[in-house]
Design a binder for this molecule. Structure first.
Ligand code: SF4
Length: 360
């Protein structure tokens, strides 16, 4: 255990300075309870320098058009085959009605890979949403879906992104990255986007002026070395294109327990948040994603480096079909109150990742 390297990493991280690769790895070496709390302190100092006591959220709605997917990722509790009892398909009318009813600031669209909702239908959906709801922020389709749309439509990924942007796409979500590990990629999701292609598609989007988020799935057999490598890959990618807005660590949801018995503990989730805040000096925002961390750990994450709690996420399906025990949506007031009780000042933001003004 290298204490001086760990101490130096904490001091530099607390001051929002760039950590060397060795310092980044030292943060995750032998995490004892004492070290864990020092990590939290450094991450809190860092986020206070960046954001003071503000913590943001957005009034958003998740649209998951269908869970039918043939990609066969081993860890997925969300996907269904066409005839499975839990398979569902939404229609355009149902989606428009939901947006009309809830009037969210942001719509987040992701779904399974299938030909029931093929590329042309998704493109029309974005166009239809933009026509009906000109002010809504449309964050849609992971790099996995962009790659699939290109493969199945015969278009290039670049053309797919251009067409979606012209139709009304404002930003891309960060899902599908899983963890940048060739070992786990070959084992668990080799039918979909590789780590290299995920980064390449996001950088392509940045080049077209489309901001994106980034995620990391952890707690399903990954190592701390793989997690730190993931953060360093993102930091390097951000240096080139600068288009990542939020980093969102996603603790694995064990669901029925047939893949892995338990997901990460709350303290492990908080350690990942703190280390991410200290390593990703060039990525502006860090999200504590409450549907997968649980509301209490999500709120605690604001003291461990996070500055955002995502959103109200009315009727979220992916984390919940995977077994998340959190509510499927939170009222605006409940979100603001949760942030206040965690000791921060809640700010409702717009979809384009800027604060809307005074405390909610
Ligand atoms: S993780 Fe995504 S791509 Fe993989 S099986 Fe599930 S829905 Fe399909």
């Amino acid at each position: 255990m290298n204490s001086s390297l760990f101490d130096r990493a904490l001091e530099k991280g607390a001051r929002c300075e760039r950590l060397t690769r060795e310092e980044a790895f030292a943060l995750a070496e032998a995490i004892t309870p004492q070290r864990l709390h020092r990590l939290g302190e450094a991450a809190l100092a860092n986020r206070q320098t960046r954001f003071g006591d503000k913590a943001s959220y957005v009034f958003n709605v998740q649209i998951n058009p269908t869970n039918i997917c043939g990609s066969g990722c081993t860890f997925c509790n969300y996907a269904a085959s066409k005839n499975a009892p839990h398979a569902y398909v939404l229609t355009e009318a149902e989606i428009f009605d939901k947006i009309d009813r809830l009037s969210p600031t942001e719509v987040h669209i992701v779904g399974g890979l299938n030909q029931i909702w093929p590329y042309a239908r998704n493109l029309e959906l974005v166009r239809g949403l933009r026509q009906r709801f000109p002010d809504v922020h449309i964050k849609c389709y992971t790099a996995v879906e962009i790659e699939y749309f290109a493969k199945t439509s015969g278009l290039t990924e670049s053309t797919v992104l251009d067409q979606l942007k012209a139709a009304g796409m404002d930003a891309m979500p960060g899902g599908g990255a899983e963890i940048f590990s060739e070992r786990l990629y070959q084992k668990h999701w080799k039918n979909k986007t590789s780590p290299e292609n995920w980064v390449r598609i996001h950088q392509m989007a940045h080049g077209k002026g489309i901001p994106t988020n980034a995620t990391m799935l952890f707690g399903f057999g990954d190592t701390w070395t793989e997690r730190i490598e993931h953060l360093l890959i993102l930091r390097r990618a951000q240096e080139v294109t600068g288009g990542f807005a939020y980093f969102i660590p996603l603790p694995f949801q064990p669901g029925a327990g047939n893949f892995i018995a338990k997901g990460p503990t709350p303290l492990e989730t908080l350690a990942v948040l703190a280390i991410a805040r200290l390593v990703l000096d060039n990525l502006p925002h860090l999200k504590s994603y409450w549907p997968m961390t649980g509301l209490a750990t999500g709120a605690a994450g604001l003291s461990w480096g996070a500055d955002d709690m995502d959103g109200t996420i009315s009727e979220e399906r992916i984390a919940h079909l995977a077994g998340a025990a959190t509510p499927v949506g939170l009222a605006r007031e409940m979100m603001a109150e949760t942030i206040r009780m965690a000791g921060f000042t809640p700010l409702e933001r717009d979809g384009v990742f800027t604060f809307q003004g005074g405390a909610a």
